[in-house]
Design a protein around this ligand. Structure first.
Ligand SMILES: NC(=O)c1ccc[n+]([C@@H]2O[C@H](COP(=O)([O-])OP(=O)(O)OC[C@H]3O[C@@H](n4cnc5c(N)ncnc54)[C@H](O)[C@@H]3O)[C@@H](O)[C@H]2O)c1
Length: 131
C-alpha cells in the first residue's frame, strides 16, 4: 500500500508501527529512501506519542490497520487483543480528535480517518465513531 501511494500519487506517507511479532520493516525496503516516506516506531495505545506524530506531520488522511490479527494467539493471550484492538482503536480516534478539533471549519472538512479491520470488534468501533 505504501509503495502504491508513493508510486501512483504525489502524497507523502508516514507509517506508524510498534513492530510487534507481526511487523516487518523489510516489506518497506522499497520505499525506505523515498523522501515522501517516513517511519515512526510508535504504539497506537500511546496517545502522547500519537499526538506528537499528528502534530509533526499534519496529515489530511489517516488509515488505521494495526491489529492483533492471529486467532490462535487470541486464545493463548487474549489481553494483547483487547489492548491493541480495543484500546488501540480508541486511542487512535482520540489522537485524531485532538488533531482535528482545534482546526478551522474549512480544513476540518478535508480530513478523513479510515479504519481497516476484519476482527469482530467492528461494532465497538462503530459505536466510538458514531456521534
Ligand atoms: N491481510 C489481509 O488479507 C486483510 C484483509 C482484510 C482486512 N485486513 C485487516 O487489516 C488489518 C491489518 O492486517 P494485517 O494482515 O496487515 O495484520 P498483521 O497482524 O499482519 O499486522 C499488523 C501490524 O500492526 C502492527 N501493530 C500491532 N500492534 C500494534 C500497536 N499496538 N501499535 C502499533 N502497531 C501495531 C504490527 O507490528 C504489524 O505491523 C487487520 O485489522 C486485518 O483484520 C487484513
Amino acid at each position: 500500500m505504501v509503495k502504491n501511494i508513493t508510486n501512483a500519487t504525489t502524497d507523502s506517507v508516514v507509517v506508524i508501527d510498534k513492530l510487534t511479532y507481526a511487523g516487518n520493516l523489510e516489506s518497506l525496503a522499497p520505499v525506505t529512501n523515498n523522501a515522501r516516506y517516513a517511519f515512526e516506531q510508535v504504539d497506537i495505545c500511546d496517545c502522547m506519542a500519537l499526538d506528537r506524530v499528528f502534530a509533526d506531520y499534519q496529515p489530511d488522511k489517516g488509515m488505521h490497520l494495526a491489529a492483533e490479527s492471529y486467532v490462535d494467539r487470541s486464545i493463548d493471550g487474549p489481553a494483547a487483543f483487547i489492548e491493541t484492538n480495543v484500546l488501540g482503536i480508541y486511542t487512535m480516534l482520540e489522537a485524531a480528535r485532538h488533531y482535528w478539533q482545534p482546526m478551522i471549519a474549512k480544513k476540518k472538512l478535508g480530513l478523513r480517518f479510515q479504519h481497516i479491520l476484519t476482527e469482530p470488534i467492528a461494532p465497538i468501533n462503530m459505536a466510538l465513531i458514531t456521534p
